[in-house]
Write a protein that binds this ligand. Structure first.
Ligand SMILES: [Zn+2]
Length: 486
């Protein structure tokens, strides 16, 4: 706003100042409209319990929290009296004015963009339409918001991990601003996307960094290699945690920033925020699961896969073991087999290049470039079908007579009763056997519940499955239920 006066020396200047104010209102309104279009209450209200003394980690008494995120973001709620048609019209005229405003060569004032910060650089020329939950209020930051191009008001783009649904929009030609991520993700950006190192800013994990005056710490997310949760400490003392994609675990409760400090707002990976994805208790047989999914912990799945492999090899020693994998993720499954059988891992050249960029010695040393040198092969998970595997085996008929394949998925249906992994039934056709194993890199419903109850943040903003109002309401009801019992 400090440049406003200087521009008012002529009629044109006043006109531009008014235009800019309108633009600010329009942007704020657009952000507000976006927020309200996505549901009226995304916050998780923790009510004060009258007559009871309850204290949080830092000995502060519980208070009644605001229900409206706008209050803490300093934005005005759009007028509620207008009809949906009027709102549509306003939105349409806002977008027209936005494209006109893009031509305007001037600076933007405070809060013009929904970030709640002053900016002093020319507005980018694209029209990104970035949803509010990818913006970090009170900062010029966005998280995993590359598909929206240059985002007005965003001066730093954070990437939680290298999965395509999160980095979508990032290409070799990216010039919209610096990208902050873990060192491993930074290497992947260069190896896989050929991004200019000028735009990549790796931040060491578990280390406090200052970016634009904001404290930033990346924490292990227990998702894929290089995946991080991002902890932001604002200058006003507010702390936000963005989980990115994560699988909540007990070990996270020992992270000093989470154990000792308050998290005011939690951006939560709600991929499996549904009671049908409750965590399966290991080896409890004869327990009816209904339509529940089998969702064991990762360690249990890994030891199960190793056990199945060893048993299979005892019966059929000339077996080629194949593990399906995405670009990155689920490496622990084949690393465990490699270690247990003391064999190398074969992957094609492009996958080897990616895996080597992790700079994990055990993995790099375990890789081999000739498929005939090891009975353990990694293939794209989408290629694990009978016909493909039968064709693949033909390349190695001099060495192997059958294939045992594992397809690690997020979860697996438990057919009838019991929730032990032993009930996972493989599918077999001739000499090809395929196991679908529930190896999830996202939190189960139970793990989400434990994490939310541990963190006791003031607000929760779901970041996955937010397209339906019914699902959003349901998720908020779970959050409230969990917080009641804290
Ligand atoms: Zn992911």
């Amino acid at each position: 706003m400090e440049d406003e006066k200087g521009k008012q020396g002529s009629d044109g200047g006043i006109y531009k100042a008014n235009e800019r104010r309108e633009e600010m209102e329009m942007e704020e309104e657009s952000f507000a409209s976006d927020f309200y279009r996505c549901g009226s209450d995304w916050s998780c209200l923790r009510e004060e319990e009258v007559g009871t003394k309850r204290f949080k980690k830092n000995d502060e008494p519980f208070k009644l929290k605001q229900t409206n995120l706008f209050q803490i973001w300093g934005l005005n709620k759009p007028p509620s009296s207008s009809s949906p048609q009027e709102q549509q019209l306003r939105l349409r005229s806002a977008s027209t004015r936005k494209s006109e405003a893009a031509k305007y060569d001037g600076k933007r004032g405070a809060d013009a963009t929904g970030f709640g910060v002053s900016l002093s650089r020319p507005p980018p020329t694209s029209s990104p339409n970035c949803p509010f939950y990818k913006k970090i209020p009170g900062t010029p930051f966005t998280v995993d918001a590359f598909r929206h191009g240059a985002i007005p008001g965003c001066s730093s783009y954070f990437l939680t991990h290298f999965h395509s649904d999160h980095y979508a929009g990032l290409t070799k030609g990216w010039t919209h601003g610096p990208i902050y991520c873990t060192p491993l993700t930074a290497r992947l950006l260069q190896v896989c996307l050929n991004l200019s190192p000028l735009f990549i800013h790796p931040l060491e994990m578990n280390t406090g960094h200052i970016v634009h005056g904001i404290g930033v710490t990346l924490l292990e997310a227990n998702h894929c290699p290089g995946a991080a949760m991002i902890h932001f400490r604002l200058q006003n003392g507010q702390c936000y945690l963005h989980t990115g994609d994560f699988r909540a675990s007990k070990s996270m409760q020992a992270y000093p920033l989470l154990a000792n400090g308050r998290v005011n707002m939690l951006y939560l990976d709600t991929t499996y925020c549904n009671p049908k994805y409750k965590l399966s208790k290991p080896r409890l047989s004869n327990q009816f699961l209904g339509n529940r999914r089998l969702f064991p912990c990762k360690e249990e799945v890994v030891s199960y896969v190793v056990r199945v492999t060893k048993d299979h090899l005892k019966k059929q020693p000339k077996t080629l073991v194949v593990v399906g994998a995405y670009s990155i993720g689920k490496e622990c499954v084949y690393l465990a087999i490699s270690k247990a059988l003391r064999v190398k891992i074969f992957a094609n050249a492009s996958r080897r290049r990616v895996l080597q960029s992790f700079e994990w010695p055990a993995l790099s040393e375990g890789l081999c470039s000739n498929g005939k040198d090891t009975p353990l092969h990694i293939l794209p998970i989408s290629s694990l079908h009978f016909e493909n595997l039968k064709r693949y085996l033909k390349n190695y008929l001099d060495l192997y007579t059958s294939v045992l394949a594992f397809r690690p998925t997020g979860w697996t249906f438990s057919q009838t009763s019991g929730n032990s992994l032993e009930l996972v039934k493989p599918t077999s056709r001739g000499n090809i056997t395929i196991y679908g194993v529930p190896y999830s890199e996202h939190s189960s419903f139970t793990e989400l519940q434990e994490f939310v109850k541990f963190l006791r943040s003031d607000k929760i903003i779901p970041t996955v499955n937010v397209g339906s109002a019914a699902i959003r309401d349901k998720m908020q009801s779970y959050f409230r239920e969990w917080m009641k019992s804290v």
